[in-house]
Design a protein around this ligand. Structure first.
Ligand SMILES: C[S@@+](CC[C@H](N)C(=O)[O-])C[C@H]1O[C@@H](n2cnc3c(N)ncnc32)[C@H](O)[C@@H]1O
Length: 424
């Protein structure tokens, strides 16, 4: 029997993202591009995202059920892992259907002996019944508090320990809890668009959290695709919009150099606020998408490709440099669960150095009275408040005017840090 389509697609997405280091959403887009909309597409996406969100808990369970978990092939563990995800979380799929495809796939990829192992492991899991849905199962079988949190909240232990040391027990638990659910959909209404006010009024009652022009929604309303197509709205997480609000983007002086502009998510947020913005990034592909976004939204922003460490090819100095820096992304694990299995402490240290170089180049670029705004989507004090403290120590002309961090109680499930500094 051949493997059902949705599982084959999910395995391909996971191979690309875990073995070839492709970004999860890019892997989903590439693999599913030729698949017609429908249940297979939906199930493949759910399996890939769900498995990656819950992989820590699933591997913990497999560690209990396999005879030699450390010697088991990663590919075998992944097939079993996706099957365990189905058994635990997709209760609409009968257990026998899951066992059938998983055991057959193991036979096809390995041999009949391994398929018997797979069958035994999955049947043992089913026999454990409801116990595996309770924290106590993991608490009694893991070593130490960090070990328990890592298993139950499905997170690498180094990261749990870093959060415990930096933020304490309660905040760590709130951050971990947030990583287990998909975040709400975020929308930003283009306040410069002719239909902005009508759209804002339609979205208002549908959203559970909002800013004046930003909304968090549990469902994508029917009217939105058209609003996006005509440039009246943009998909952007409300947490990202809130951090820009919290560090006072509205008050930054123009022109603003958006030096890590990417596809322009925040570039056009600033254009919509009425700022004159210049955009740069090292990634040409993203800059092309930024231009396309500009055409959709009705803005023509000057774009150039330059490393944010400088030197900059500018004849005039900006009055604000906005740095949405490359960071470890540990604040957006709910949206990008692959990151938790790829990131290492060494990556974080490398990023801290790059952020320092970028900050130093911006310091030179700014005139006196200029404004330096810094944002990350991570939960790592070394990249956030300590990075800014270190910068201010090295650059006494800069004073930090405001710092902000997303509130774990806001229900948005994503965490940003921001700071704004002024050069004397
Ligand atoms: C957090 S993302 C920016 C997201 C973007 N501001 C938005 O809101 O859509 C960080 C960006 O930094 C860019 N980047 C990485 N290293 C860089 C460097 N040395 N100089 C400039 N940009 C860099 C990446 O290409 C990426 O687009």
């Amino acid at each position: 029997m051949s493997t059902p389509l949705a599982r084959r697609l999910a395995m391909d997405i996971l191979r690309r993202t875990l073995d070839n280091n492709q970004d999860l959403q890019a892997a989903v887009d590439d693999v599913l591009t030729a698949t017609p909309n429908g249940p297979d597409k939906g199930l493949a996406t759910e399996l890939a995202y769900g498995y990656l969100r819950m992989r820590g808990r699933i591997d913990f369970l497999l560690g209990q059920l396999l005879k030699n978990p450390l010697q088991t092939s990663p590919v075998l563990k992944r097939i079993l892992g996706v099957a365990v995800y189905e058994l635990l979380f997709l209760t609409r799929i009968p257990d026998y259907a899951t066992l059938s495809w998983a055991v057959n796939l193991v036979r096809e990829r390995f041999d009949p002996t391994m398929s018997r192992v797979a069958n035994a492991v999955l049947r043992s899991l089913v026999r454990l019944g409801r116990a595996v849905y309770h924290e106590d199962y993991y608490r009694t079988k893991s070593v130490g508090h960090a070990g328990f949190l890592a298993a139950w909240y499905s997170c690498p232990q180094w990261l749990v320990q870093m959060w415990l040391d930096s933020y304490g027990k309660d905040q760590t638990q709130a951050f971990l809890q947030a990583t287990l659910q998909a975040p709400p959909l975020g929308v930003r209404v283009n306040r410069r668009h002719v239909h902005a006010e009508t759209l804002r009024q339609s979205l208002h009652p549908l959203s559970h959290a909002k800013l004046e022009w930003g909304f968090a929604l549990t469902q994508w309303p029917e009217l939105l695709p058209e609003a996006v197509a005509e440039g009246a709205a943009t998909r952007q997480s409300l947490a990202a919009q809130k951090i820009m609000d919290a560090i006072g983007a509205e008050h930054w002086p123009s022109p603003v150099l958006d030096a890590c502009a990417g596809r322009g998510g925040k570039t056009y947020l600033m254009s919509e606020l009425g700022k004159e913005v210049w955009a740069s990034d090292v990634n040409v592909f993203r800059l092309k998408q930024l231009k396309t976004e500009g055409a959709r939204l009705g803005f023509d922003v000057p774009v150039f490709r330059t490393p944010a460490q400088g030197p900059y090819p500018l004849r005039q100095a900006p009055r604000t440099v906005f740095l949405d820096v490359p960071c470890s992304g540990l604040g957006v694990l709910s949206r990008r669960p692959d990151i938790k299995w790829k990131r290492t402490p060494a990556d974080c240290a490398g990023l801290v150095k790059l952020q320092g170089d970028i900050l130093r180049a911006s310091a030179e670029l700014l005139p006196s009275g200029g404004c330096l705004a810094y944002v990350t989507c991570t939960l790592n004090p070394e990249e956030n408040e300590r990075r800014i403290e270190g910068f201010v120590r090295e650059h006494p002309k800069f004073a930090c005017l405001r710092q902000a961090q997303s509130d774990p109680g806001d229900g948005l499930g994503e965490f940003f840090y921001g700071a704004v500094l002024r050069k004397s």
